[in-house]
Design a protein. Structure first.
Length: 287
């Protein structure tokens, strides 16, 4: 791998916004994202055979529960051969005349330390979205049990993971990311809500993080999607049974969710993230 290149790994739970984030960053004239790969969403995880994909660990809503999905610098996979294999898998789909190369795959948020060991000096950007929105956005692609066929889960709601389990998966993934963060040299977190509210300012801050000049971007984010999912959460709390289930989820999980700047009891409100999270958040630049 030429030393002149910087690799940016983008990660985040499924339906958190990894795809538009990668596409918008790639608008910068000095950035190239994987393109024309023929694999799902141009995700680098599907082009390589060094480590398992998220699907092998249970897929959306489950993969972070599998300890094997979490890779660090202690993994026996870390080697010069690993670097060569990944570079050979990804480089044909990058424009190597560009100094910044982007690889986007959701499970990267659990592999920051591993990927840094394989590609020293790499940059990492994780996108984080409200856990209720992620839970309802991924529900159709989630499975209540690993043995449930994915096709059945897409058709039958009873085969899908409940919202509480999906929120717990969100917490597990982000707590693991936060535990790894002190070991990662170049890491930032961007909130989906900030990106949608101010894409121009947020992306300029991302470019600054990457050491790139500010450039105009032309994006039209889809606003109001979170609100639709939050309404579904509110509707699920109607009735005695729904209120009881939601109350149990809020009591058990909300203290851990609030650490990241979200709230299950008042999901429409923006909470203050804990200092150990806030220090990694991308702040929108003045536009």
């Amino acid at each position: 791998m030429p030393h002149s290149h910087r690799i940016l790994f983008i990660g985040g739970l499924h339906r958190s916004g990894t795809t538009p984030l990668a596409q918008w960053i790639a608008q910068h004239p000095e950035v190239s994202a994987l393109h024309g790969t023929g694999v799902y969403m141009d995700e680098g995880q599907h082009l390589q055979d060094l480590y398992p994909t998220a699907a092998a660990h249970g897929g959306p809503g489950r993969f972070a529960f599998d300890a094997g999905a979490h890779l660090t610098e202690t993994s026996p996979l870390v080697s010069a051969d690993a670097r060569a294999r990944l570079w050979a898998a990804w480089s044909p789909y990058w424009d190597l005349t560009k100094p910044v190369l982007v690889e986007k795959s959701p499970p990267n948020l659990l592999r920051t330390r591993f990927l840094q060991a394989v590609f020293p000096g790499a940059y990492f950007l994780v996108i984080m979205r409200h856990p209720i929105a992620v839970a309802y956005a991924t529900k159709r692609w989630s499975k209540r049990h690993r043995r449930v066929p994915a096709a059945l889960a897409r058709r039958l709601s009873l085969a899908q993971a409940p919202a509480g389990a999906l929120i717990r998966h969100w917490i597990t993934a982000h707590e693991r990311l936060l535990a790894d963060a002190p070991h990662v040299e170049h890491l930032r977190i961007v909130r989906y809500e900030d990106l949608v509210a101010d894409p121009e300012g947020t992306l300029q801050s991302v470019f600054e993080f990457l050491g790139l000049d500010a450039r105009p971007v032309h994006v039209t984010p889809r606003r109001g999607i979170n609100e639709a999912y939050l309404r579904r959460w509110g509707e699920s709390r109607q009735g005695a049974v729904g209120r009881l289930k939601a109350k149990r989820v809020v009591r058990r999980l909300n203290p851990r969710v609030r650490r990241f700047g979200y709230d299950l009891a008042a999901p429409e409100l923006k909470a203050e993230a804990a200092p150990e999270v806030a220090g990694y958040l991308i702040r929108a630049a003045a536009t």
